[in-house]
Design a protein around this ligand. Structure first.
Ligand SMILES: [Zn+2]
Length: 313
């Protein structure tokens, strides 16, 4: 079994979104508790550092980053979007939560290359895959998985990276950032139509974008079959040097924000399919990032299945 390194930070628990908001700190608390509960896998939990603006700048312009931080209120909450999606909110503690989330990806990249670790999970919030180059949305401000990919290319001269996104929502931000990038393959399986509205099969970039939209009611068996046929087969041909995962657990049947019917154990099966590709092309190197997932029981069970899959040799 492979060891799993986890990067997280208590600052990520201080991000508030107000009452009745699905992206709440209890999500990360249950993820950490569930990880600590796992006793048959060697897991090392580390504190994530604060990302520096120079790193974030690999994806987002400095003006965008400073604008987001300038909007942070001293008290209460501040929305950064117009209606009807006025639920991407900044609170007084947002800055460090955002920087720790992105910092987890940076530290994970360093750990992967310098320490030759193979499996790393970033247990962070706010999530990132909806954040576009200059647009915060969908609870996301900085696209951590995208910054990590760019950092790996910039600092370590890694060329080809695949990002596999099994969050139930389309990662519009990640797609937008890499839409014309031959060295990044982005594959997303997501309920469609659903927020954010993008992710049709016609959106193919320059042949590097693989969207697998699925209908409400899809079960785990079909989900995994479609993931293999529409995404993993193409990632296999792309031959990535490293695989990054946008791991949302909101395709679970218990999740309140979507209508896909995965069971917890399906997260083991789909993770092992990704590991298989990583073992063939990527020296087994995988960094996985927490994105969405809004039912606490589903998160608790699914993260254990994901870790079991990540630990596979
Ligand atoms: Zn989601």
């Amino acid at each position: 079994m492979k060891k799993i390194i986890v990067y997280t930070h208590s600052d990520c628990l201080l991000k508030e979104n107000g009452p009745n908001h699905p992206e709440k700190k209890e999500r990360l608390q249950i993820i950490i508790e569930s990880i600590q509960d796992i006793n048959n896998i060697n897991i090392e939990i580390k504190n994530s550092p604060l990302a520096v603006v120079d790193n974030i700048h690999l994806v987002h312009p400095t003006t965008y980053i400073h604008n987001i931080f300038s909007l942070i209120p001293n008290v209460g909450l501040k929305g950064v979007e117009k209606e009807p999606y006025a639920d991407t909110l900044l609170c007084p503690n947002s800055k460090n939560a955002i920087l720790r989330s992105c910092g987890a990806g940076i530290a994970a990249a360093d750990c992967l290359i310098k320490d030759n670790e193979k499996r790393i999970f970033c247990a962070v919030r706010p999530p990132g895959h909806h954040a576009e180059t200059t647009r915060a949305n969908g609870f996301c401000f900085v696209n951590t998985v995208a910054v990590t990919a760019r950092y790996l290319q910039d600092k370590y001269k890694i060329k080809k990276i695949a990002i596999i996104d099994f969050d139930v929502h389309h990662g519009n931000g990640t797609q937008e950032i890499f839409y014309l990038d031959t060295n990044i393959a982005y594959g997303s399986i997501h309920e469609y139509p659903l927020f954010p509205g993008t992710g049709s099969e016609q959106e193919i970039g320059i042949g590097n974008i693989f969207n697998a939209p699925i209908a409400a009611g899809t079960d785990g068996k079909d989900f995994i079959k479609i993931l293999e046929n529409k995404i993993l087969n193409n990632i296999d041909k792309f031959k990535p040097e490293i695989i990054l995962i946008s791991a949302g657990f909101d395709a679970h049947k218990r999740d309140p924000l979507a209508h896909i019917n995965l069971e917890s154990k399906d997260y083991y099966d789909l993770t092992t399919k990704i590991i298989d590709i990583a073992n063939i092309h990527s020296q087994g190197r995988v960094i996985s990032f927490l994105e969405g997932g809004y039912d606490l029981v589903a998160l608790s069970e699914s993260i254990k299945e994901h870790f079991l899959g990540l630990s596979e040799i």
